[in-house]
Structure formats: structure tokens, C-alpha cells
Ligand binder design. Structure first.
Ligand code: ARG
Length: 470
């Protein structure tokens, strides 16, 4: 940021001494909020157009303002715009540049508005756009997962509880569980979009304005769904950001959970997945290493976004109505939450199509873990043995098998019958992994047939998404 001769402040009227150098640095946010420039300019043009429509400024003034602002936008985008720390923030930098460029008309732009409703508007415009981008990325990632789920609808791996092999499940079912998490994240973002998409302009500093403004018009111009209903609330609350960041934190936690599984699955101990050379890194000392860094970084970054949420909550805590400068501290955490989530969603969507699952090692792991023990108990229940007794019998059978180091389907019929005479030849159908997953044939179940249907249903939900999230 450029440090130059003392700049005349837009609010200098009531001051007789110039600002301390440290105070300028302390107060400035332009290094961070300059990224709002497009939204700031769009909102200023909408506001000025409304002012001219209402006869508050002339059409000529509006034309000059619009032209000037668009030129400034071009300068910013060409990197020829000179941002000044002494002008504090993006709003005053742009307004000062406008007045320098077009003269008197520039000074009229701020009629009937304040930086308080201006920054609240800019942040809502920013977040609406960011959220739409995130929803697009979620959709892309979900498409990738659903494709994988279809390919792996028949693949069997152990399902785990307590990280102990529990019952066999299909990999497609497991992947669609990830998709469910992201589906809910998407829905949460869409619900919160409605509350973001409300226009605070016209609230001015805190109490509204005495000009004959048309709030509906500015709101419409900017694509807002409606206008805020209380000026004090509109300039001060940042709950729309907190809500978004809570959803972002939860989405990151979901990615973190998936990451944890990818880390485990790509280890030698599991050998379930190869994440692909393009998304792994090596070690500078151990030549054999291929590290799952995408997953680990994502797991790590999820902590940052949770921290962003906490930061925003704490910025808000204890603020009396209406606007307080505390709110300037909302930008870094919000921008960080947006950037981090976008980064992770992007790399996940790029990585997943190249991920290779090792069907043999998954199947072997499922064979090893006595994961069909529950199926055997259910089989005995069908032979009229109460479930608790069946559980007990199977427990003893597993104990024997473990001692003998054999799997359940390896046991002979007569061995099995020593634990329960009602066991017959058909028991081998349920001890088999395929039989076990096929039997779970109900809504939400792991049977391949169900998984294929669930994938079709999940894709239908994606196709029904409205245009701004596609
Ligand atoms: N940069 C300020 C912010 O982000 C803009 C609003 C400042 N308002 C004020 N009265 N100082 O919150």
C-alpha cells in the first residue's frame, strides 16, 4: 500500500489536526477490502441511478458518475489504480478517485447513504456471488462422487464402527454417504442465500435518510430479493456472514472426514485407494513415499474455517446497536472461509475422477473381519432362535474361528452344527459377502441394486438445481 503525503480525509471537516501515522495504519482496511471494488461500484451505480430517478441528482450527474465509476473499475482491473491507505477503505478510495476524476458530481454520490449501509451491501453482494460459486463447485464434486458410486456399486469393503470391521458394505454406498453430507451442505447454503440476498441500502448510517429514496428500485437493480426492514439492524448485524461461515465450517468438516478416510485407505495397512500421482507428493528423504497431501491439508484447513467462524462470532459479541467499527474485522475471516472452502472443493473435484480403488484389497479385508457374523445371527433368527440367543451362539462360533484362524465361510457344516444343530447347508449363502450386502435391500440400504437407484436419485437432485447454483 502506497504511503504518501497526508491525504485530505473525506470526513476532515470537524478535525483540526491530521491523523497520526499509526492511527492511519491501524484504521485502514483497504489492503483487505479492495477486493470488494466490483460490488462497491455496482452498488454505487445503482444508488446513483435511483438518486437521479428520484430527482435528487440530475441525469447529467448520474451519467458522469456512472462513466467515472466504470473508468475506475477499468483502472483497478488494469492495475493502474492507486490505492491509498490514508483513505482507509475501498469505499473512500473509490469515492475520492471519482471526485478527482469528474469533479462536483462525484461529491453528490454519497447523498442519502453512509459507508455503514454501503459496506453491508457490498458484503452481501460479495457473499451472494461467493456462495453461488461454492454451490457450483459442490455440484461438480457431487457429480464426480455419484459417477464413482455407480462404478463401485458392487465393490465390497468392510463397513466400520469404532474403526473395527463391522459389516460388509458396498463402496458405492460409502461414497454416496459422502454425497449425502455435501447434499445437505448445498441445501444449507441455499437456505442461507435467501437471508443474504436482502438489500440494506437506504438504512444510511443507522436511522435511514430524509431523502425521498426508492429502496425497492436499488434492491431490484442489484438483484436483491427484498429490502431490509429495520435500518438499525441492517447496518449492524453480520449474522448472514456468521451463518454462511457456520455452513462453510460444517462443509469443511465433511471434507475433513472424507480426508481422514482417504488418508487411512491410502496407507499400506489398508491399501484401498491410490489417490493418483498428480495429487500426491513425495518425501525429500524417503524415496518410497507417496503422501496423501490433499486430504491432510484439507483436514488441517478445516480448523482454519472453524476458527473463522469463532472470529466472526466474537466480533459480533457485545456490540450494541447499531454500527460499530468492530465490524471492519469481519472481512478477513469471511474472505478466508470463502477462499479456503473454494480451494478445497476445487482440488477435491479435480482429484476424485482420477482416484483408483483397489477392489481386491477391499474384498480381502471384508473377508478377514468376520463381517458376516450378524448375517449368521439373523439366519438363526429365521430358524426361530431368539436374537439374543443367536447372538450368543454366533459369538462362540467367531471365538472358535478366530482361535483356528479360519474365516466363517471356511468352517465346515458339521463344525458349525456343533454350535447349533439347526444350521443347514444354506448357511453359506449368508456367510458370503455378496449375500450379506444383497440382503440389505431397502431404502437407504447397501445392496448394489439400491445403490444404483440411489445414485440415479441423487443425480436427479443435482439436475433439479436452479440456474444460479448450476
Ligand atoms: N471500512 C468500514 C467497515 O468495513 C466501512 C464502514 C465505516 N463506517 C464508519 N462509520 N467508520 O466496516
Amino acid at each position: 500500500m502506497k504511503q504518501k503525503k497526508p491525504e485530505k480525509k473525506l470526513w476532515a471537516g470537524r478535525f483540526s489536526k491530521s491523523t497520526h501515522r499509526l492511527m492511519e495504519q491501524f484504521s485502514a482496511s483497504v489492503g483487505i477490502d479492495c477486493r470488494l471494488y466490483r460490488h462497491d461500484i455496482a452498488a454505487s451505480i445503482a444508488h446513483a441511478r435511483m438518486l437521479s430517478r428520484q430527482g435528487i441528482i440530475t441525469q447529467m450527474d448520474f451519467d458522469a458518475i456512472e462513466k467515472g465509476l466504470l473508468e475506475i473499475q477499468a483502472e483497478i482491473e488494469n492495475n493502474t489504480f492507486e490505492w491509498r491507505e490514508a483513505l482507509e477503505d475501498v469505499h473512500m478510495n473509490i469515492e475520492a478517485a471519482l471526485t478527482a476524476q469528474i469533479g462536483e458530481a462525484g461529491k453528490k454520490l454519497h447523498s442519502g447513504r453512509s459507508r455503514n449501509d454501503q459496506v453491508a451491501t457490498d458484503m452481501r453482494l460479495f457473499l451472494r456471488q461467493a456462495l453461488d460459486g461454492i454451490c457450483l463447485q459442490l455440484t461438480e464434486l457431487q457429480h464426480a462422487l455419484i459417477r464413482l458410486a455407480e462404478n463401485e456399486a458392487e465393490t465390497i469393503l468392510p463397513g466400520y464402527t469404532h474403526m473395527q470391521a463391522a459389516q460388509p458394505v458396498t463402496l458405492g454406498h460409502h461414497i454416496l454417504a459422502w454425497n449425502e453430507m455435501l447434499q445437505r451442505d448445498f441445501e444449507r447454503f441455499q437456505q442461507c442465500r435467501q437471508r443474504i440476498n436482502i438489500c440494506p441500502l437506504g438504512s444510511a448510517a443507522l436511522a435511514g435518510t430524509s431523502y425521498p429514496i426508492d429502496r425497492e428500485m436499488t434492491a431490484r437493480e442489484l438483484g436483491f430479493e427484498g429490502v431490509s426492514l429495520n435500518s438499525l439492524d441492517a447496518v449492524s448485524d453480520r449474522d448472514f456472514m456468521i451463518e454462511f461461515t457456520a455452513h462453510a465450517a460444517l462443509a469443511m468438516i465433511h471434507l475433513s472426514r472424507v480426508s481422514e478416510e482417504l488418508v487411512l485407505w491410502s496407507s499400506d495397512a489398508f491399501g484401498f485407494v491410490d489417490l493418483g500421482d498428480r495429487f500426491c507428493t513425495g518425501s525429500s528423504i524417503m524415496p518410497q513415499k507417496k503422501n496423501p497431501d490433499v486430504a491432510e491439508l484439507t483436514r488441517g484447513k478445516s480448523g482454519r474455517v472453524c476458527g473463522d467462524l469463532m472470529a466472526l462470532l466474537m466480533v459480533m459479541k457485545g456490540q450494541p446497536l447499531a454500527y460499530n467499527r468492530d465490524n471492519q474485522e469481519d472481512k478477513e475471516p469471511l474472505f478466508d472461509a470463502v477462499d479456503t472452502l473454494k480451494l478445497c472443493l476445487g482440488v477435491f473435484a479435480a482429484m476424485f475422477p482420477g482416484v483408483k480403488f483397489n477392489r481386491e484389497s477391499m474384498n480381502a479385508a471384508a473377508e478377514k473381519g468376520y463381517s458376516t457374523a450378524t448375517d449368521l445371527a439373523d439366519y438363526l433368527v429365521r430358524k426361530n432362535i431368539p436374537f439374543r440367543d443367536a447372538h450368543e451362539i454366533v459369538g462362540r462360533i467367531v471365538g472358535y474361528a478366530a482361535a483356528q484362524k479360519v474365516s466363517l465361510p471356511d468352517m465346515t457344516l458339521s463344525q458349525l452344527q456343533t454350535y447349533c444343530p439347526m444350521i443347514e447347508q444354506d448357511v453359506y449363502d449368508v456367510l458370503d459377502l455378496q449375500g450379506s450386502v444383497n440382503a440389505r435391500d431397502h431404502a437407504g440400504g447397501t445392496a448394489p441394486k439400491r445403490v444404483k437407484q440411489a445414485a440415479i436419485d441423487a443425480r436427479k437432485l443435482l439436475d433439479a438445481r436452479n440456474s444460479h447454483s448450476r
